[in-house]
Design a protein around this ligand. Structure first.
Ligand SMILES: Nc1ncnc2c1ncn2[C@@H]1O[C@H](COP(=O)(O)OP(=O)(O)OP(=O)(O)O)[C@@H](O)[C@H]1O
Length: 274
């Protein structure tokens, strides 16, 4: 990672509020090109909203947000997005390959649309995510894990410089979690893309992550996993005693009550402060 490169994402004195409620404020953050950056925190702490701001779908309440040195904007082809998983209805009139094809088409509708090149690209993406054998199956009939692989393929189709993932591993079993996280990491390594990964659980991506941002109770903390995943840092964020224990390379957070985002005892990560 060079120090002269334009950051992928730069937030300056950023704040986001809905009415009286401030999700986060005074947020200064630079995410470097090629960095694997995780965003952690309990339900409702503003993780997805941060991604939506990067996608240009939600405006900041204050401060600035630049993506590759330009103001965040909708439909930025430099960004790939794996949205929070919602199952497709079983009657959805799309086959697996159609879904991936939509990603290949991106914003460029035109004569290449039905070309052999497009077909090859769709096949290549399907193969890459291990979805070739169900390429012609309607998406609504596929399992959650299979659908999620297709979403990743769709997000990678435009060869984005920044990949935003919102709980991309949620409700996947361990095998599928590993397969999907491996795909994302492989893409980052070969393309030099930046990954911003929103998650409740750091452990499935712990080997890949460079830095984390932990949001909780309007507070936040950014830093290395070792800096953020500590009893002291998380207790400060939650405003209550929280124990962070590392067991066999995995983080277990004990003591943050329900509604504070952490379970009584669970594997997890976080931190921050407004
Ligand atoms: N457009 C909106 N108008 C008003 N409130 C909103 C809007 N979008 C999000 N919120 C609220 O902002 C808070 C943060 O939402 P967000 O989806 O970013 O949380 P999150 O950290 O991603 O949570 P989860 O882990 O549950 O997905 C929530 O309380 C949500 O209800």
């Amino acid at each position: 990672m060079t120090t002269h490169q334009t950051p992928s994402v730069r937030l300056e004195n950023a704040s986001l509020s809905f009415g009286e409620r401030t999700l986060w404020s005074r947020l200064d953050l630079e995410i470097e090109q090629g960095e694997y950056f995780a965003v952690l925190g309990p339900n409702g702490s503003g993780k997805s909203t941060l991604l939506k701001a990067m996608l240009g779908l939600i405006g900041l309440s204050g401060g600035s947000l630049r993506i590759l040195d330009r103001p965040a904007r909708r439909g930025n082809p430099e960004i790939g997005y794996v949205p929070q998983q919602r199952p497709f209805p079983s009657e959805a009139p799309l086959r697996a390959r159609d879904l991936v094809g939509l990603g290949v088409d991106g914003h460029r509708w035109g004569p290449g649309l039905f070309s052999a090149t497009r077909r090859r690209r769709v096949d290549e993406l399907l193969e890459r995510v291990g979805a070739s054998e169900y390429a012609s199956v309607p998406v609504g009939l596929l399992s959650g894990g299979e659908q999620q692989r297709l979403r990743v393929a769709q997000a990678l189709a435009s060869r984005p410089r920044i990949l935003l993932c919102d709980e991309a591993l949620l409700s996947l079993d361990l095998n599928h979690q590993q397969a999907v996280s491996r795909l994302i990491e492989e893409y980052r390594r070969e393309s030099g893309a930046t990954v911003v990964f929103v998650t409740h659980e750091i452990n499935p991506i712990i080997d890949d992550v460079d830095r984390v941002l932990y949001l909780a109770n309007g507070r936040f903390r950014a830093g290395s996993v070792e800096d953020v995943m500590t009893t002291r840092a998380l207790s400060a964020l939650y405003g209550a005693r929280v124990e962070v224990v590392k067991v066999n390379g995995r983080y277990v957070v004990v003591g943050a009550g329900p509604g504070e985002g952490a379970e009584d005892c669970h594997a997890h990560d976080v931190e921050g402060g407004a």
